[in-house]
Every structure is written in structure tokens, then in C-alpha cells.
Ligand binder design. Structure first.
Ligand SMILES: *[C@@H]1O[C@H](CO)[C@@H](O)[C@H](O)[C@H]1NC(C)=O
Ligand SMILES: *[C@@H]1O[C@H](CO)[C@@H](O)[C@H](O)[C@H]1NC(C)=O
Length: 429
């Protein structure tokens, strides 16, 4: 049973397959209840267990072959159904099977990777399989991954994340979790909770990178290691002088109010002006995503100035979009960007490639996927552009909008990782 036939059943056109699938689901439920799965079950149900692989030639997609891109467009027109979070929980209920099935037991590490562990802070709230694929694409046994799930995530999503943490020794759940509200301090605190756990982990990582569930890497672990080495202790993130509009986000007191949309609460501006930032801090603005050195994070952890600045940021709008950008400009901080230095925009910093609708055609080619609140969800025809732009990660991806671009990025990254590793001795585990 594949995704395509499932979607047909959902439209109620085929009775027999839906009866069969009902029986399958019932059968699987029994297995879940009994709490075990074996390899032979996996073979029987393998097509419903796995992430659906489309029959697409990704090198042709990369080369912008019109026929292959056309095929991908056709796939997009199908009724795409996301694999359920429960499936991951089910698969991860047998770790031996899960790690083998997803190829984690096959990942090897070079000396270079071993000597340069990377930490990840993943702030996620839905789509368990996308989180899994994100981790898989960046996976190295030498790295460490912290998952912060939202306190208001579904029980199914939470169990899937716990399953991952149980099966992969270097993946763990943040010890303190927030209920994350859009644009509020809770988003920032989610990252801070992971950072604090990561500092206390046994892995002596050199850099930390934060990710969300709709991000995907554009570089393999080997490439990231070599890029991070080139940073030579510097931090990489957007940090610009705020515009007058942006300044309102932190010059006025904001209150967390109930919102009409799905995020439930949102900070709303009041006319109460805030005091100026503590310790004469000059506020810079940027985005939520960073590549930060261990020295920088260790400094934050001990700094009273940083603590005061965090407290001051509580009632601002989207503090994650000024917190990091400001701290990296603090005089004397490890990897400091001096305040006198010019703006570093999101295109100059290679952290996250985000395509804004109003800049398309001007700064970059148009989106070939779909827009959500002015941000592009990438499509297949952007694969080549994404991989060659120079950024390390991109946002946003959605398997319901374009599953092929994700599949092809996975393939390309695996290929790149293999070719880099082929020139150095590589050891499993
Ligand atoms: C997990 O899967 C392995 C490999 O198929 C199988 O040998 C083992 O019995 C399973 N474990 C449990 C607890 O079912
Ligand atoms: C896996 O997901 C598919 C599609 O959502 C579903 O039909 C199938 O029953 C699931 N299998 C399990 C074991 O949850």
C-alpha cells in the first residue's frame, strides 16, 4: 500500500482496498498493543512503513531536465498524504529494527568528524517524520541532538519524538519544555533550554546550530565540519540595525493575548513604552537561526548581563529575532561582531536560506512550490539553486507541497557525504 493508493481510498472510490487497509490497520494495532514488531512484519508492511520514495531520477532533477521536472510536477498534483506520527512510534518500538531499517547502523564517522562534534537544538511541534528525516540527513554518531517539542504538541507526536530519543543514543529530549507561542519569548526559551542541556552533555561539541521542523540541510555533515572550521571561532548569524518599524517590537510593552489563529496566543503591542535595555545594550535585529560557538554559549551561561537582557526581552515582540543578533555584538563576547561593523543580512550570513515572496525575481528566482505567509515552500525546480547558493540550511519544506525536492535533497546529501568520506578512513559507530 502506498501513499497514492491510500489517497484514492480516502476519496472513497475503491471499496476493496479500503477494506483491506482497514484489516491491515486492525492487524497492526494488535501488534502495537502487544508491543513488538519483527522483521517479517516489516517486510509485509514495508511499503506503508517507509517514507514513500517516488520513482524520480534526482540527478536529472538537479540538472533541470524538463521531462524529470515535469514528472515531479505531476506527483505534486496527486493527493499527497503525510505519513502518520504513529508510524514512527510503531517503527521505533523496536530500536534494532528501526536503526537498521533507516540505515543508522550504517553511518560511519571519519576522524575529522569525530574531532569536530556539532550540537543541534531542534525546536519542533509537528510532523514527526520530517523531524526524523532532518536528523537522518545530518546524522553522525559524533554529534548530539536536542529535541524540544512543544508542550501543546499532540500525544502522537510526543511519543514519536520519545521513540527517536530512545533508539538513538545521541538524541535526547530537552529536560524542560515550553508551551511555544508564535513570536513570544517561549520560542527563545525553547532554544535556551536545549542549549543549557547541551552544555551539560558529555559531548564536547564545538558549534551549535538551531533548527525547526520545516528546515532542511543543504550541506552534508562532512561539509558542515569543514565550513565550521573555516569560521575559526566566529559566530554566524544575521545582525542588522533595526528599522523604525522593527524598533517598535522592543520599545513598547507587549501583552500575550488570545489569537484567532492556530497558535492560540500572540504578543500584542500596547502604548506603554519600555525602559531602555539594561547595561546600555544596543539592540540589533536578525532572525531566530544561528550558528554559535561553544565559547559563546558558555559565556552566555555565566553572564549576568545576558540574564538581565533576557528578562528585559520578556515583553517584546519575537525576542528571538533580536536576542542573538544583539548578543553577538556585545563588546568582549567570544566571536564578537563589533557594533561598528556593517549589517550582516540573512543573505550574507549563510545560516538559513529563506525566500520572501516580495524579493523574488529581484534577489532570487521565483518560488516553484507555494507561498505561506509570504515565505516560499520550495519546489523541485529549486533543487539546483538551493544547493548552489552557498547557504547551509533552507526553510521551508513540506512533503504535502513538494515531496520530490525533499527526497532529492536527501539523496544528494547522502551522495556528497559518501564522496567526502571515501577519501578518509571511516569507522562505523
Ligand atoms: C526486533 O526486531 C528484530 C529484527 O527483526 C527481531 O529479531 C526482534 O525479535 C525484535 N524484537 C522484539 C522485542 O520484538
Ligand atoms: C502508517 O501510515 C499509513 C498512512 O498514514 C497508514 O495507512 C498505516 O496504517 C500506518 N501504519 C502503522 C503501523 O501505523
Amino acid at each position: 500500500m502506498n501513499i497514492r493508493c491510500l489517497s484514492l481510498q480516502l476519496r472513497g472510490k475503491q471499496f476493496l482496498p479500503s477494506l483491506l487497509s482497514l484489516l491491515t490497520i486492525c492487524g497492526l494495532l494488535v501488534y502495537v498493543k502487544l508491543g513488538y514488531i519483527t522483521e517479517s512484519d516489516m517486510q509485509i508492511h514495508s511499503s506503508s512503513q517507509t517514507i514513500h520514495r517516488y520513482n524520480i531520477d534526482c540527478s536529472a532533477i538537479y540538472d533541470m531536465d524538463p521531462v524529470e521536472v515535469g514528472k515531479a510536477l505531476k506527483i505534486r498534483k496527486q493527493n499527497l498524504v503525510e505519513i502518520k506520527d504513529e508510524n514512527l512510534t510503531y517503527l521505533a518500538s523496536n530500536c534494532t529494527l528501526y536503526t537498521k531499517y533507516r540505515g543508522y547502523d550504517d553511518v560511519c564517522v571519519t576522524e575529522e568528524e569525530k574531532d569536530f562534534p556539532i550540537a543541534y537544538s531542534l525546536v519542533v511541534h509537528k510532523s514527526a517524520w520530517m523531524v526524523e528525516r532532518l536528523i537522518k540527513s545530518l546524522y553522525s554518531p559524533s554529534n548530539i541532538y536536542c529535541i524540544h517539542y512543544d508542550q501543546k504538541s499532540s500525544a502522537e507526536f510526543i511519543s514519536a519524538m520519545e521513540g527517536l530519543a530512545q533508539c538513538l543514543p545521541n538524541v535526547f529530549i530537552a529536560s524542560k519544555r515550553e508551551t511555544v507561542y508564535y513570536a513570544s519569548i517561549s520560542r527563545l526559551k525553547a532554544d535556551l533550554n536545549c542549549l543549557s542541556d547541551l552544555l551539560r552533555s558529555e559531548v564536547k561539541w564545538k558549534y551549535v546550530i538551531n533548527l525547526c521542523g520545516q528546515d532542511f540541510p543543504l550541506k552534508s555533515n562532512m561539509e558542515l565540519v569543514s565550513e565550521l572550521k573555516k569560521l575559526n571561532g566566529r559566530n554566524m548569524l544575521e545582525t542588522s540595525r533595526p528599522t523604525a518599524t522593527k524598533k517598535q517590537r522592543f520599545t513598547f510593552h507587549h501583552e500575550l493575548n488570545d489569537a484567532s489563529f492556530d497558535y492560540q496566543k500572540v504578543p500584542v503591542k500596547t502604548w506603554k513604552t519600555k525602559t531602555s535595555p539594561p547595561h546600555g545594550i544596543e539592540v540589533f535585529s536578525g532572525n531566530a537561526y544561528f550558528v554559535l560557538s561553544r565559547d559563546f554559549i558558555e559565556h552566555l551561561d555565566k553572564s549576568a548581563v545576558v540574564k538581565d537582557f533576557l528578562a528585559w526581552s520578556e515583553d517584546t515582540y519575537s525576542p528571538d529575532e533580536h536576542f542573538w543578533a544583539t548578543l553577538v555584538r556585545l563588546p568582549g563576547i567570544p566571536g564578537e561582531v563589533p557594533r561598528s561593523e556593517p549589517d550582516i543580512t540573512d543573505l550574507m550570513s549563510k545560516t538559513r536560506l529563506v525566500k520572501w515572496q516580495y524579493l523574488e525575481g529581484n534577489l532570487y528566482p521565483p518560488c516553484t512550490g507555494m507561498h505561506v505567509r509570504s515565505v516560499c515552500i520550495y519546489g523541485t525546480a529549486e533543487m539546483n539553486w538551493l544547493l548552489n547558493y552557498g547557504h547551509w540550511f533552507a526553510n521551508k519544506f513540506d512533503p504535502k507541497v513538494d515531496p520530490v525536492v525533499i527526497q532529492c535533497l536527501e539523496e544528494k546529501l547522502k551522495e556528497k557525504q559518501k564522496s567526502f568520506q571515501s577519501v578518509a578512513p571511516c569507522h562505523k559507530g
